[in-house]
Design a protein around this ligand. Structure first.
Ligand code: CAA
Length: 386
C-alpha cells in the first residue's frame, strides 16, 4: 500500500490548485451572485488541459489517470463548486462514456472537441417524472429514415446552455417501462431547446437547464447497443459519483480552511477561540472527517484506474463525503458565529453548495440502496425496484 501520489499526479494537482487560487477563488462570491462564470474561464481550463485531464492524448486530452482528474475536481471545487460540477459533468458524465462505449468513429468525432473544451458535455437522464427511478424515463426514440426521432423533456441538465454535446437517454422499445429498452444517443445542443434555467439554493455559477428535444438524430449517434443504454448510464454514474465525492471533499476543505484561520484570529473573553476546547473539537472532527472522505474517494478512483469494480466503493465515497460536507460546512458556520451567516465570509456559500452533493448523481438514499445491493446480493432483497 502506497499513500504517496505519483509525481505526475502531484504536478496536475498543483496546476489545478494554483489556477483555482489565482483565477477562480477570488471571483467565486461574485459568480455566485451573478449566477454564472465568464465563458472565457472554460477557454482557460481547456488551455491548461483541465477539460480533458484523463482523456488519452491521441483523443485530444492530457493523458493522465482518473485519480489525477479526481484531484483536479477537488481543487476546482475548493475554489468554486459550481466550476467543479461543470467540469465533472463535462468529463465523467459525457466525455468518458463516449470514450468507453463509443465506436472508433464516434470517439474520433466527438471526444477531441470535448477534451479540448471546444464543446462542453452534458448528461441527460433525469426527467420531470424520473429522478431516482431513472429507468422510468419516457423520452422516446422512434426509428425513422436515417436515424431516430427523439422526443421528450429532460430536467436539471448541468451545462446544457453552455453549448456542446449531450449524452441523452431515450426509450427505444415502447413496450417497456423500466430500465430495459432504453438507448443512449450523442446529441448536439443545437438539436435541443433550452426551456428553463433553474434557480438553485447553491452552485449558482453552474448552469442547470431543462431541455426539450424533438429532432431526428442520425443512426450513427447511438452509443452502445440498442435497448442497452441504461447500463451505460449506470456505469457512467459509477465513475461520476467519485467525482461528486471529490467535489464534496473540496467544499469541506475550503470551509475548514476558513474556520481554522478564523479560530486562530478571533478573540472572545480575552483568548483566541482556537484556545477553547469546544472549537478545538469542532476543528478536529472536521479534519478527521475530511481525511476519511478523501481516502474513500481516492480509493474508489484508484479501483477505477485499476479497471476493478468500483460501484460500491464509489457509492460509499459519495455518500460519506456528501453527508460529511453538509455537516462540516454547517460546523464552519458555527465556528464563525454571526459572521458565518453573512456574505462577508464564504462559508454560507459552501453550506449551500454542499447540500446538492447529497442529491445529484444519485441521492444518499440511492447510494445506500446501491451499497446494500452490493453487500447483500440483490437477489436476497425482497423490497427492491424491479
Ligand atoms: N454498471 C453497469 N450496469 C448496471 C449497473 C452498473 N453499476 N447497475 C445496474 N446496471 C444494469 C443492470 O445490470 C441492468 O441491466 P440489464 O437490464 O441488462 O439486466 C440495468 O442496468 C438495470 O439495472 P437495475 O435493475 O438495477 O435498475 P433499477 O431500475 O433497479 O435502478 C438505480 C437502479 C440504482 C436505482 C438507478 O435507477 C439509479 O442509479 N438511480 C439514480 C439516478 C441518478 O443517479 N441520477 C443522477 C442524474 S445525473 C446528475 O445528477 C448529473 C449532474 O447534474 C451532477
Amino acid at each position: 500500500m502506497d499513500f504517496e501520489l505519483a509525481a505526475e499526479q502531484r504536478e496536475i494537482q498543483a496546476v489545478a490548485r494554483e489556477f483555482a487560487a489565482a483565477e477562480i477563488e477570488p471571483h467565486a462570491a461574485e459568480w455566485d451572485r451573478a449566477h454564472g462564470f465568464p465563458r472565457a474561464l472554460l477557454g482557460q481550463l481547456g488551455a491548461l488541459g483541465l477539460l480533458g485531464v484523463c482523456v488519452p492524448e491521441e483523443h485530444g486530452g492530457a493523458g493522465a489517470d482518473f485519480l489525477s482528474y479526481i484531484l483536479v475536481l477537488e481543487e476546482l471545487s475548493r475554489a468554486d463548486a459550481g466550476v467543479g460540477v461543470t467540469v465533472a459533468v463535462h468529463t465523467s458524465a459525457c466525455t468518458l462514456p463516449l470514450l468507453a462505449f463509443g465506436t472508433e468513429a464516434q470517439r474520433a468525432r466527438f471526444v477531441p472537441p470535448l477534451a479540448r473544451g471546444d464543446a462542453i458535455g452534458c448528461f441527460a437522464l433525469t426527467e420531470p417524472g424520473s429522478g431516482s427511478d431513472a429507468g422510468a424515463l419516457v423520452t422516446s426514440a422512434e426509428p425513422v429514415d436515417g436515424g431516430w426521432h427523439v422526443r421528450g423533456s429532460k430536467q436539471w441538465i448541468t451545462n446544457a446552455s453552455l453549448g456542446g454535446t449531450v449524452l441523452l437517454f431515450a426509450r427505444t422499445d415502447p413496450s417497456t417501462r423500466s430500465a430495459r429498452g432504453v438507448s443512449a444517443f450523442v446529441v448536439d445542443t443545437a438539436q435541443v431547446e433550452i426551456t428553463r434555467t433553474e434557480e438553485k439554493l447553491g452552485l449558482n455559477s453552474s448552469a442547470t437547464n431543462d431541455i426539450a428535444i424533438d429532432a431526428v438524430v442520425e443512426g450513427d449517434r447511438m452509443l452502445g447497443e440498442l435497448h442497452h443504454g441504461f447500463r451505460i448510464a449506470m456505469a457512467t454514474l459509477d465513475g461520476g459519483r467519485i467525482g461528486i465525492a471529490a467535489q464534496a471533499v473540496g467544499i469541506a476543505q475550503a470551509a475548514y480552511d476558513v474556520a481554522r484561520a478564523y479560530a486562530l484570529e478571533r478573540e472572545t473573553f480575552g483568548h483566541r477561540i482556537a484556545d477553547y476546547q469546544a472549537i478545538q473539537h469542532k476543528l478536529a472532527n472536521m479534519a478527521m472527517e475530511i481525511d476519511a472522505a478523501r481516502l474513500l474517494t481516492l480509493r474508489a478512483a484508484w479501483l477505477k484506474d485499476q479497471g476493478r469494480p468500483h460501484t460500491e466503493a464509489g457509492a460509499k465515497a459519495k455518500l460519506f463525503a456528501s453527508e460529511m460536507a453538509r455537516r462540516q460546512t454547517a460546523e464552519a458556520i458555527q465556528v464563525l458565529g454571526g459572521y458565518g451567516y453573512t456574505k462577508e465570509f464564504p462559508v454560507e456559500r459552501y453550506y449551500r453548495d454542499a447540500k446538492v452533493t447529497e442529491i445529484y448523481e444519485g441521492t444518499s438514499e440511492i447510494q445506500r440502496l446501491v451499497i446494500a445491493r452490493s453487500i447483500l446480493g440483490r437477489n436476497e432483497l425482497v423490497a427492491t425496484p424491479s
